[in-house]
Design a protein around this ligand. Structure first.
Ligand SMILES: Nc1ncnc2c1ncn2[C@@H]1O[C@H](COP(=O)(O)OP(=O)(O)OP(=O)(O)O)[C@@H](O)[C@H]1O
Ligand SMILES: [Mg+2]
Length: 315
């Protein structure tokens, strides 16, 4: 799947903000991509954009999503709904574990999804598909099917959220902050699960998170977002060894080093710019320890080996 030049804006009464600015990347079968960045950097917006699920005031201003010779942004919404949504691309939304409907059992909710999104599937197959989805996220169907959401733990609800996304066997799964608010053990179980899906079902997986320490074992590539722009796109192993963008370097340094005596977390001073007022030049320059005169001009994308970096240091 090839995402090219994707720009997404939100309009409010007083202003328009560019939440995602000309983003391009590819994701192959059985590949995991992590999208990392601070709050408000545009991570969820990328997911909504790919899912064609932007809120009313959001719109795709440019770009294409090429999948099997189709531009998924160019086809009528009806076709996208019937052929791609959930079937090819599914998303576990941020906070989705709190969005299960409290008045229906897990079984009812899952059957409802199948009923709406798998019209191709004969009804007598529904139980089997629901049970398979629960099994694949490590839940015992007999223990959860008759339960209501409030009877389940946070980790179980998050697994249900993922099981729901798997019901139609998508080829791309977007997981938005899949482990936030879960304890450490449950976090690692969820990450293991995503890893297994990637490997065994050859699924493409996009994990969105602000916590870089969660994903080294899960993702192959990283997209580092800053103020709506990808400032670095690189192989994950490469980023941890040799981060190029000063923002990426600061992010890596802010991961607490569990096995060293240095337990200080180094936060990056300052805040990202207000997206409604960003002007020309590098968006990170006010916080950048390596800022120099060139930075008042918008940095283009530079290619350093296999890494894309948006920083004048690499001209
Ligand atoms: N419906 C909306 N209307 C106007 N602005 C919005 C809307 N949704 C998001 N934004 C703005 O767009 C920018 C990107 O938001 P987005 O939710 O994609 O960030 P994020 O990286 O997912 O943040 P977080 O880590 O907090 O989830 C932010 O500045 C946010 O305030
Ligand atoms: Mg978000």
């Amino acid at each position: 799947m090839l995402i090219q030049d994707l720009s997404i804006t939100y309009k409010t009464k007083t202003r328009t903000i560019v939440a995602v600015d000309r983003l391009s990347f590819t994701i192959n079968e059985a590949e995991g991509i992590g999208i990392i960045g601070e709050s408000g950097s545009g991570k969820s917006t990328i997911g909504y954009g790919i899912m064609r699920s932007l809120p009313e005031n959001g719109s795709v201003e440019s770009g294409s999503i090429l999948f099997e010779n189709q531009n998924l942004l160019g086809i009528p919404m009806r076709d996208f709904d019937s052929k791609y949504r959930w079937k090819e691309i599914a998303m576990v939304f941020q906070g989705s574990m709190n969005s299960l409907d409290p008045v229906f059992t897990i079984e009812n909710q899952m059957r409802e999804i199948l009923y709406t999104h798998r019209k191709d599937l004969p009804k007598d197959k529904h139980s089997e598909v629901v049970e398979n989805a629960l099994n694949s996220v490590g839940l015992d169907p007999s223990l959860v099917l008759k339960k209501y959401p409030h009877e389940l733990s946070g980790g179980m609800k998050q697994r249900i959220g993922i099981a729901n996304a798997l019901l139609a066997e998508p080829t791309l799964l977007i997981a938005d902050e899949p482990t936030t608010a879960l304890d450490v053990v449950t976090q690692s179980q969820i990450l293991q699960l995503l890893k297994k899906l990637k490997k065994e079902k050859k699924m493409r997986i996009i994990v969105i998170t602000h916590d870089l320490s969660l994903i080294p074992n899960l993702v192959d590539k990283l997209i580092i977002m800053y103020a709506g722009q990808a400032v670095e796109i690189a192989n994950a192993s490469y980023v941890f060894e040799k981060p190029l963008h000063p923002y990426t370097q600061a992010l890596i340094q802010s991961i607490p080093k569990l096995h060293s005596s240095d337990k200080n977390i180094r936060f990056i001073k300052g805040n990202p710019p207000d997206l409604s007022t960003v002007g020309k030049g590098c968006r990170f320059r006010d916080r950048c320890p390596k800022v120099f005169d060139k930075c008042v001009v918008d940095p283009p994308k530079f290619q350093v080996d296999k890494t894309m970096v948006r920083c004048w240091l690499y001209q």
